[in-house]
Design a protein around this ligand. Structure first.
Ligand code: FE2
Length: 182
């Protein structure tokens, strides 16, 4: 799987902790092993990753919540940024941390993805600053899902709105990871 390599490359480019991005990338699809519906029995019943009412309508996204719970409970991962990145790698979320945003982009554009237009999307999105890249990926996911006539997860819409308001941060030299060349 190419998510790990792309996540590390992007993390290094964007000034994000590459080791954390690698760990999140290694864990994110850990529980994606069978039919999505089979994960229902493993959904967390307490703690931060209990599925919301909205989450229950999207079985294809449950594997992130289950993987975060597994990483925390069975693997002893305590880093909240890594756990959140794993939990919300498909949907995104408002105030998503930078490890999560990096994984969100890497997961969508990793080298084995072959959806229509993926090469153009990579050329357009990957050179962008972190917040812009994540915004474009969120937008493209939303466009694709609505073209398919399917329901979009509210978290993805909310994250797109949040990112739109925060994209200016990407050009702010005071933002973590952006080198001030002056
Ligand atoms: Fe996934």
């Amino acid at each position: 799987m190419g998510v790990e390599g792309l996540a590390v490359t992007l993390a290094e480019r964007w000034g994000v902790d590459a080791e954390k991005a690698l760990i999140a990338a290694l864990l994110h699809d850990y529980c994606k092993t069978g039919p999505d519906e089979e994960l229902k029995a493993f959904l967390p019943e307490d703690g931060p990753y209990v599925p919301t009412k909205d989450d229950m309508k999207f079985p294809q996204l449950w594997h992130g919540l289950v993987a975060a719970e597994t990483a925390s409970r069975d693997f002893g991962v305590v880093d909240q940024e890594i756990l959140d990145a794993v939990a919300y790698h498909s949907t995104g979320t408002v105030d998503f941390n930078e490890i999560g945003l990096t994984l969100f982009v890497a997961d969508h554009l990793e080298p084995t993805r072959n959806f229509a237009g993926v090469s153009e999307t990579r050329r357009e999105v990957l050179p962008l600053p972190l917040y812009d890249a994540a915004f474009r990926v969120a937008e493209k996911k939303l466009e694709y899902i609505s073209r398919e006539g399917k329901e979009t997860h509210p978290k993805t819409r909310q994250m797109a709105e949040w990112l739109e308001n925060h994209r200016s941060l990407a050009g702010n030299p005071l933002r973590k990871g952006v080198v001030n060349s002056t």
